[in-house]
Design a protein around this ligand. Structure first.
Ligand SMILES: NC(=O)C1=CN([C@@H]2O[C@H](COP(=O)(O)OP(=O)(O)OC[C@H]3O[C@@H](n4cnc5c(N)ncnc54)[C@H](OP(=O)(O)O)[C@@H]3O)[C@@H](O)[C@H]2O)C=CC1
Ligand SMILES: N[C@@H](CC=O)C(=O)O
Ligand code: NA
Length: 445
């Protein structure tokens, strides 16, 4: 008997998934076991790029998740509701779920996984982060024995495309965004991408898997790329950096907590110490592996012990790539159904109950890049240096290279500093008579 799929959504990802499921030659033989039983959509009148028997398409998505014949529900409709309710109903009805919906998982993961565990079924979400890039299953399975210290990703293709073009062409953010929308890379409402919200959803999921606890989205510091200017990209270039929107989840070691130099803590300390989880544009040294990830591509760098660094790279979106992840999840579940084991596989299930402790940004130890516009008076650089010194902020470089009209432009890169100290110094500097404005403030990896 075949495994029956109820697919919710036949847009970009749904269509890619159906195409993959219908094109079985040369792929895994388990595909033969799968029947596309129902596909739920909003409109039956829309032209579709795939052919399906007329009784398969329906607008009654409730009926799909309640149908006893459906074994696996594939949620590729997106959005929060009714996606959340339909996933929960499917799970309560004893169906496994595959989803690409990072927004729903990042917000409702706790109730979704609790419901799945109670019902003894699985929720698979490989497509939710990094599209086609295998990163969820590696974190759950292949790397599960490692003590994860850091997960750093370029997990949003739209913003990486925009930043890459700003870098290579010296263009403005608004011009490239308009172009990206015209070419279909950025959505009509690009808010979730450019304001870092999509990346925050994704790092919440990765952090939860990597560090073994739930993450409250509200605890993730999130800053998008609207403020990144071509001036900063040009300065970064001169200083040996590129600017990337990074999503970072990092275990804070006890040494860092105490403001000391970075040391690897012992197991007991690591399990207790808080995480830093954040999304922001970052100056990345050109020699860093993430610096060369360009265009719509995504990459996720994981650092663990004992493995060291591993990087996952590939297409983070698109019909075929995302369908690859969705369909691999489906195959995993077909294998589960075929082996018919009653005992849940702990490497497929998600059993986290506790929430991770997230450190406030003021406690973050990082380098900073800051650009100041000042009146061109003698002694300004000296005053800046003295004020930073008073707050324990040590400078790696300070340069006055250009002018914006009448105003001199001073760029500072710090050594590792406590963010709270740096901001205290900046508050004082803002009041200097010579300082006109501080147009940019970016963290440095
Ligand atoms: N696009 C991509 O490259 C990637 C997408 N994802 C995620 O995959 C999911 C799907 O994205 P994508 O395929 O791009 O989305 P689309 O907007 O292209 O498709 C959504 C589909 O869901 C259907 N749908 C939406 N809401 C309803 C509703 N209330 N009732 C019935 N049907 C509904 C639509 O029906 P109709 O066709 O009738 O309008 C459409 O077929 C999202 O969670 C997204 O974040 C993840 C990684 C990459
Ligand atoms: N909007 C996302 C695509 C899917 O996750 C992106 O730009 O990366
Ligand atoms: Na993925």
């Amino acid at each position: 008997m075949g495994v029956k799929l109820g697919i919710l959504g036949l847009g970009t990802v749904g269509t890619g998934t159906v195409q993959l499921l219908q094109d079985k030659t040369g792929r895994h033989p388990l595909l033969q076991e799968i029947e596309i039983y129902r596909v739920g959509v909003r409109s039956l009148d829309k032209p579709r790029a795939v052919e399906l028997p007329t009784d398969v398409l329906t607008t009654d998505l409730e009926a799909i998740v309640n149908d006893p014949a459906v074994d696996i529900v594939v949620e590729v409709m997106g959005g929060l509701e009714p996606a959340r309710s339909l996933i929960l109903k499917a799970l309560s009805n004893g169906k496994h779920v595959v989803t690409a919906n990072k927004a729903a998982i990042a917000r409702f993961g706790a109730e979704i996984f609790t419901t799945a565990n109670q019902a003894g079924v699985y929720v698979m979400l490989e497509a939710a982060v990094g599209g086609g890039i295998p990163v969820i299953q590696p974190l759950k399975q292949s790397l599960s024995v490692n003590r994860i210290n850091t997960v750093i990703g370029i997990v949003n293709g739209t913003t990486n495309y925009i930043l890459t073009r700003m870098q290579t062409e010296g263009s403005n953010f608004n011009d490239v965004l308009a172009d990206a929308q015209r070419l279909g890379y950025a959505e009509a409402d690009p808010t979730a991408d450019v304001d870092g919200l999509d990346a925050a959803d994704k790092i919440a999921i990765l952090a939860s898997l990597g560090f073994g606890g739930r993450i409250h989205l509200k605890d993730i510091y999130t800053e998008g790329i609207r403020q990144v200017s071509k001036t900063d990209i040009a300065y970064a270039e001169k200083l040996g950096f590129v600017i990337k929107l990074l999503a970072i989840a990092k275990r804070i070691t006890s040494a860092e907590e105490n403001g000391g130099t970075l040391l690897r803590g012992d197991a007991a300390t690591l399990s207790l110490s808080p995480l830093s989880v954040r999304v922001h544009p970052t100056l990345v040294p050109k020699v860093h592996p993430l610096a060369s990830i360009n265009g719509v591509y995504n990459a996720i760098l994981v650092e663990g012990e004992p493995i060291g660094q591993v990087m996952f790279f590939g297409p983070g979106a698109g019909a075929g790539a995302t369908a690859s992840a969705v369909t691999s999840d489906i195959l995993n579940l077909v294998a589960v159904l075929k082996t018919n084991t009653a005992v849940p596989n702990p490497l497929l299930a998600c059993g986290h109950q506790e929430y991770c402790q997230i450190a406030p940004m003021a406690e973050l130890i990082t380098r900073f890049y800051a650009r100041f516009l000042t009146n061109d008076q003698p002694g300004v650089i000296g005053k800046l240096g003295t004020c930073f010194g008073n707050y324990g902020v040590s400078l790696e470089s300070i340069v006055q290279t250009g002018f914006q009209g009448e105003l001199a432009e001073i760029v500072v890169v710090t050594h590792d500093v406590r963010e709270g100290n740096f901001r205290q110094a900046l508050a004082e500097i803002r009041d200097f008579e010579a300082i006109e404005s501080i147009p940019s403030l970016l963290r440095v990896l």
